[in-house]
Design a binder for this molecule. Structure first.
Ligand code: ADP
Ligand code: MG
Length: 400
């Protein structure tokens, strides 16, 4: 189970005092996220339905008068200290000079400065800063600790520099930092969820227009929990697999003469089958049906409540397993075992080839389900999974 939300705030505060010997101007935090449904739809201009979780990253920040930026994190013992002006030539060309984790907060500072300058902010606004970071978002478990550190840093600098940027601007700044300062070619879903999350609600995001709607989940009232089953599996070929899937989607869109698979309806699929090879067709079918499942999930949550989304979660898993072919035996076993233990619905989540599965489950079945999955993994000879619940929570904000 995740640690209480107060923990990273206290840890960041303590680290800040250790770093500077002074009190911070304030604490800002942003959460990790889980994706309820809508997988690989983001880069097809489609729909996703993530929510912010109850694990957060906190940044303790204070202005300093000498134009330097200094970052520290409990992640490791390194402290990076450089002149703010030096950020300009650093990314992306000389990113290798910066220890990897520090590229996230420094990349945010770099991208935020650029966005604020473009919006007309005077260069004198950018005081130096000390930043100390702590987190209880597990790293690399598919819960986007990267968006959490980006969101916490962006929220802090937006206030400290009085940049006046919107939450959506800050999400785009986080994405730019991740793409250009870190060098990870990710979409914008994680940052939008981390910035815009609401308690017991999901963010319905149109990845083409970046329009969002808050959709009540109603898990609390229905007595439901969302279980995350992290298999711990990371596959060496996940990067290649991701690139291959992206290429297949682009090929499918080109054959169908559309800008992106977002523009293909479920009723177009029989025609698509005649125009392309079987593998490309199945990749296309996953995206097209997954987009429709996101729309159907939003509709079901609004009209029938959270228990109605189970079959959509299940169908999403089958589509990723059979059509997109990005599941692994550990993910299939977690999903099947959770369903057999009475889950309302379950699916693998994230990019695939490993990572975590999620299950929507009655509160009083959580322990038994976790035990069943752990036992099934032991019987299959798989490594012990890491199983915990997440609650949909508020997005980035100033804590104090
Ligand atoms: P995830 O699925 O958790 O987002 P990523 O590989 O995208 O995995 O991002 C994880 C990386 O983000 C870490 O390896 C580290 O470089 C950085 N990071 C995340 N949280 C922190 C933190 N609290 N302090 C410093 N760096 C962090
Ligand atoms: Mg990430």
């Amino acid at each position: 189970m995740s640690a209480p939300a107060a923990a990273p705030a206290q840890t960041a505060h303590a680290l800040f005092i250790q770093l500077t010997g002074a009190e911070p101007d304030g604490l800002w935090s942003a959460p990790g996220r889980a994706n309820l449904i809508g997988e690989h739809t983001d880069y097809n201009d489609g729909f996703v339905l993530p929510f912010a979780i109850d694990s957060r990253t906190t940044a303790a920040v204070r202005r300093r008068g000498d134009g330097r930026i200094r970052v520290a994190s409990t992640f490791d013992g390194t402290v990076v200290d450089l002149a703010l002006a030096d950020l300009d030539g650093l990314f992306p060309a000389r990113r290798d000079e910066i220890v990897e984790w520090a590229r996230y907060p420094l990349g945010v500072a770099w991208a935020l400065r650029a966005a604020a300058c473009a919006a007309g902010l005077d260069a004198t606004a950018f005081a130096g800063v000390d930043i100390a970071v702590a987190s209880d978002v597990p790293v690399g478990a598919g819960l986007s600790s990267s968006a959490a550190i980006e969101g916490a840093t962006a929220s802090a600098l937006n206030d400290v520099w009085a940049a006046g940027l919107s939450p959506v601007d800050l999400a785009q700044i986080g994405r730019r930092a991740e793409n250009e300062a870190v060098g990870a070619p990710t979409g914008i879903m994680d940052q939008m969820a981390s910035m815009l999350g609401k308690r017991d609600a999901a963010i319905f995001l149109d990845c083409r227009s970046l329009e969002t709607q808050i959709v009540d989940l109603g898990f609390d009232a229905a007595g439901l929990s969302l279980l995350v089953m992290d298999t711990g599996v990371t596959h060496a070929h996940s990067t290649g697999g991701y690139g291959e899937r992206r290429a297949a989607c682009e090929r499918g869109a080109q054959i169908l003469g559309v800008a992106a698979l977002r523009d293909v309806a479920v009723t177009d699929l029989p025609r698509a089958r005649e125009l392309m090879d079987d593998v490309t067709f199945r990749r296309v079918r996953h995206i097209v049906t997954e987009n429709q499942r996101v729309l159907d999930t939003v509709q079901a949550l609004r009209t029938d409540g959270p228990r109605a989304i189970g079959p959509l979660l299940d169908a999403s898993h089958v589509s990723m397993r059979d059509d997109f072919e990005i599941s692994v035996p550990e993910l299939d076993l977690a999903v099947e075992t959770a369903r057999a233990a009475g889950a309302v619905g379950a699916r693998m989540t994230g990019g695939g080839f490993g990572g975590a599965a999620i299950a929507l489950i009655d509160n009083d079945r959580v322990e038994a389900t976790a035990e069943s999955v752990t036992e099934a993994f032991a019987e299959a000879g798989f490594a012990e999974p890491h199983i915990f619940t997440v609650r949909a929570s508020d997005g980035a904000h100033r804590d104090s």
